[in-house]
Design a protein around this ligand. Structure first.
Ligand code: ATP
Length: 506
């Protein structure tokens, strides 16, 4: 047997938020494909970041034998490094505009004019020049595998969350790596794509790529041959799949319960709730959204009464986020439609702030575009003002409430860290605290649990149940996973290709 592709001996690394890995010993042999599972989420990601060279190790050695032949190639004026053959697909993605000077902003996709400033899917993929001379994956082949061919001429900024996740994977393939690192590749994908994912991986693996991914224990794709289990700062088990005992799976709890200590804190935080709204929260009549030639929402009728809790469901690209953008004031097409929010018809002189003051909101897009330079405490406090970051003075009681929410979500120890220094799952918890802090009349939770550990997911579901019960808050909840949906959600609206295909109870 030849040398392993990769070896790690005695490696240690740490991040500012306390995430750390100590004494990592590991080898990747030819033909092996690994899942990193266990907890916390951030430590699993840290292992991928170490392998990707994104976080430097402070002890130990990593050897990249997989790149030995590549590094011996004539340089031809190209700077070669083993990094050229390792591709990391993080949970978050950052596309830039055509001139590469500016990151997108999060409402930009709903302003179709701005879409011209972005590459199309095909342009973006064709622009990638792999350094690896062995090219297996062209843009066309990657688009075909990931069901992106129909989206080839779409502007990047207009893609839905699930479509974007698929594009990120295609981007990595077109770089033709030998080792592909995938952070929670299934998150954000709809049920059908998740079911196909093992097949997608099979094609990738058959092309000679070695896959290492992070995963929850119950979602490890069949094709994965080896498992590494993380607990805290260390790897507690690793080896062939059949020999590794998986960490106990958190039972998906339909009605997760809060511990007694949290219960008292939450009751205090929910005291002094918003004044109940009597008119319908949302009334949509024949709502249609068209971009260019494409109808994104087609004649939608939907009535949401105060205190109702809805699941908004549908495949990737069905139109869920677009529908929500009409409610939270982010989409200018709301004016052309017959939409009444909180008793006031859209387009009758109200400002977007008049709408947003009633709404607490979180979504993958908000997370992706949220500026990360402010502190965790500032980010949570910004929820009072519906601004993306804090730009105002706050009162002592607002500050106290923010610290209370941070305590509830286990983030009080990092209140003064910048958001950027937190792992994505903790950033998400911070944005969830931001969404609920003002006790809004309407909570719009678009894939709120994406990237959370089962424990944090259950905590958040319990919080939502409690908010709904104690405050009569209206809830609209989007998720591709049944187990992510809190038990208080008892109504469903289903979208397919922009049309309502089911609404229950009707
Ligand atoms: N400005 C735009 N121009 C053209 N197409 C757009 C625009 N905005 C959204 N779309 C398209 O509309 C469709 C619906 O997108 P939307 O984000 O609402 O889907 P979604 O149901 O939220 O999907 P996901 O589950 O992946 O988040 C997608 O195919 C998307 O590419």
């Amino acid at each position: 047997m030849g040398l392993p592709l990769l070896t790690i001996t005695g490696a240690a690394a740490a991040k500012a938020d306390g995430t750390a890995i100590a004494n990592l010993q590991w080898a990747l042999e030819e033909g092996q494909h690994w899942a990193v599972t266990g907890r916390p989420e951030a430590a699993k990601t840290l292992i991928l970041e170490i392998l990707a060279g994104r976080v430097a190790i402070t002890q130990g050695v990593i050897r990249h034998h997989h790149a030995d032949d590549y590094l011996r190639l004539p340089s031809d004026g190209i700077y070669r490094s083993h990094h050229d053959l390792v591709c990391f697909v993080p949970f978050h993605h950052h596309f830039r505009n055509r001139s590469n000077v500016q990151a997108f902003y999060y409402q930009q996709r709903f302003n179709s004019m701005d879409a011209d400033d972005a590459d199309t899917v095909a342009e973006y993929l064709q622009r990638i020049t792999p350094k690896n001379p062995v090219v297996v994956w062209t843009a066309e082949k990657a688009m075909a595998l990931l069901g992106l061919a129909l989206l080839a001429n779409k502007s990047l900024i207009t893609l839905s969350n699930g479509e974007t996740r698929r594009l990120m994977l295609a981007t990595a393939l077109v770089r033709n790596p030998r080792i592909l690192l995938l952070e929670h590749p299934l998150a954000g994908l709809d049920v059908t794509t998740r079911a196909r994912f093992n097949d997608i991986l099979k094609h990738i693996i058959q092309s000679g790529i070695h896959v290492i991914l992070t995963s929850s224990p119950h979602e490890i794709p069949e094709i994965i041959t080896h498992i590494m289990v993380v607990d805290g700062h260390t790897v507690v088990a690793r080896g062939p799949r059949e020999t590794v005992t998986l960490p106990e799976l958190a039972a998906p709890s339909a009605a997760a319960k809060l511990g007694a200590d949290f219960q008292g804190l939450l009751t205090r935080l929910l005291a002094g709730h918003n004044t109940p709204v009597s008119s319908p929260i949302v009334s949509m009549k024949d709502v249609t959204v068209i971009y260019g030639e494409k109808t994104i929402l087609d004649n939608i009728n939907w009535l949401v009464q105060p205190g109702e809790a809805w699941a908004l469901r549908g495949h990737n690209g069905a139109g869920k986020s677009t529908l929500l953008s009409l409610i939270n004031g982010d989409n200018p097409q709301a004016y052309k439609n017959n939409i009444t929010l909180f008793g006031r018809r859209r387009g009758t002189g109200e400002s977007i702030w008049d709408i947003k003051k009633h709404i607490g909101y979180v979504s993958p897009e908000l997370h992706q575009y949220f500026p990360k330079h402010q502190t965790v405490l500032q980010v949570v406090l910004s929820g009072y003002f519906d601004t993306v970051g804090l730009f105002r003075q706050v009162t002592a009681s607002q500050r106290e409430a923010a610290l209370g929410w941070l305590q509830l979500f286990g983030l009080d120890g990092v209140a003064r860290e910048r958001l950027a220094q937190l792992s994505p799952d903790r950033q998400r918890l911070c944005l969830l605290a931001r969404a609920v802090i003002k006790n809004p009349s309407l909570l719009i939770l678009d894939e709120p649990c994406q990237g959370l550990s089962p424990r944090h997911r259950d905590l958040f579901k319990a919080v939502v149940n409690e908010i709904h019960a104690a405050s009569g808050t209206t809830i609209i909840y989007v998720s591709h996973y049944d187990e992510d949906i809190p038990s208080c959600v008892n109504r469903t609206i289903q979208l397919e290709q922009g049309s309502v295909t089911a609404c229950s109870p009707s």
